[in-house]
Design a protein around this ligand. Structure first.
Ligand SMILES: Cc1ncc(COP(=O)(O)O)c(C=O)c1O
Length: 388
């Protein structure tokens, strides 16, 4: 990583475009884009400043905007929903199933003549029923965007998560599987969407020729550019991805094998267990009461990194009070649409998702555990299940 970052610092060219002579052949953003598209088996990749930016870019490049309905899950990071609202579109919530991702049956139930897209989120490192969701979107003529921000390195039947939809989005923020510090990417096989994404994320620049001052602007856009320093970090990180996933899988397997003997534990449904990137071990308990009891006991036993999402105000809709109120410093177009489906999020009812999330715990899988620490952790976890 120091070498990649050093290359950039030595030339002093932090901007990802232009300065061809001064940069002495170092194009970190371009190099990361081609390495990532090769790794994920897609034709095109465009890096940007964050996963949130990637979602906004994907929506724009897929032509989703004012008044369009976009089906989203209630279990995600709020960025998924914010990107839809900021595009002027309307998030329409559908239920999740025991994959902890969108339930294909429930998607179908909320499609209306105004639905334009589905954003499926591969939560906690593993896949939605992406084959079924893609089929459904094709049947209904809907755009499919995959929010794979938490799932780089995950696959479904050998194909990269993020590569099933019309566009896929990734985050490389500081807590993701690989990081740029801050950064993101969109991927696609569609050249037109790729060109729109690259232009939209750079004020509409068409990037034709080698004089930025003379470039044309066919569309309005924004600044969602990544800089060379962040890209250099990501490029080095990408080389470690396989090793990171392998370590996560081994650590996860050890804990999962140990938990398997407790009949009350039901693991999250993984449509293809071999493609799990293994950032989390998620499981369901028989009741909300039992889930709360186990979450408390794990905390007391010193088992860190356990999440009871039902009470978490980042990831599950139940505690997104500001979304329910649509609080914003400036008027949102969604509130001015006068649209029958501009949802009353205060009265939204998602009983299937509540039933699942109120019983679900997720344990973070770390890379840094020594074999002894992993063993200690397993003993502490088993102690809780055996005792409480
Ligand atoms: C599912 C999901 N989508 C989008 C994002 C946004 O990514 P970023 O933090 O890079 O903006 C995150 C980040 O946590 C995420 O978990």
């Amino acid at each position: 990583m120091r070498k990649e970052v050093g290359d950039v610092l030595e030339t002093g060219v932090l901007f990802r475009y232009g300065f061809d002579g001064a940069r002495k052949g170092h194009w970190k953003a371009k190099a990361f884009e081609s390495a990532l598209s090769e790794k994920l088996g897609v034709k095109y990749c465009h890096l940007c400043s964050s996963g949130t930016a990637a979602l906004s870019i994907a929506l724009a490049a897929c032509g989703i905007g004012a008044g369009d309905e976009v089906i989203v899950p209630p279990f995600t990071f709020l960025a998924t929903i914010e990107a839809v609202i900021n595009a002027g579109a309307i998030p329409v919530f559908s239920e999740i199933d025991e994959t902890l991702c969108l339930d294909p049956k429930s998607i179908e139930a909320v499609v209306t003549p105004r639905t334009r897209a589905v954003i499926t989120v591969h939560m906690c490192g593993a896949m939605a029923q992406i084959d079924q969701i893609r089929r459904l979107c094709d049947d209904k003529g809907l755009v499919l965007i995959e929010d794979a921000c938490q799932a780089v390195g995950g696959t479904f039947r050998g194909k990269a998560l993020g590569s099933f939809g019309h566009m896929g989005c990734f985050s490389f923020d500081a807590v993701k599987t690989i990081t740029c510090g801050e950064g993101g990417a969109v991927i696609t096989d569609d050249s037109n969407r790729y060109l729109l994404a690259a232009a939209f994320s750079d004020h509409g620049h068409d990037h034709i020729g080698n004089d930025r001052g003379l470039e044309n602007h066919e569309i309005l856009g924004a600044n969602y550019r990544i800089c060379e320093l962040n890209a250099a970090v990501g490029l080095a990180q990408l080389r470690k991805l396989d090793c990171i996933i392998e370590t996560q899988r081994a650590n996860k397997k050890a804990i999962k094998d140990a938990l398997n003997k407790y009949s009350e534990v039901r693991f999250r449904h993984l449509p293809d267990p071999a493609g799990d990137s293994a950032t989390f071990l998620s499981f369901l308990l028989p009741s909300e009461t039992r889930a709360r009891q186990i979450a408390g006991a794990l905390g007391q036993a010193g088992v860190d990194g356990c999440f009871y999402w039902y009470d978490n105000n980042w990831h599950y809709i139940r505690r997104w009070d500001h979304l329910r109120r649509l609080s914003s410093p400036a008027p949102l177009s969604i509130t001015r649409l006068n649209h029958p489906s501009a949802c009353d999020y205060n009265n939204l009812s998602l009983p299937q998702s509540d039933g699942i999330m109120s019983r679900t715990l997720s344990m973070q899988i770390k890379l840094s555990w020594t074999p002894a620490q992993l063993q200690q952790r397993i003993e502490a976890i088993c102690g809780v299940f055996a005792r409480d």
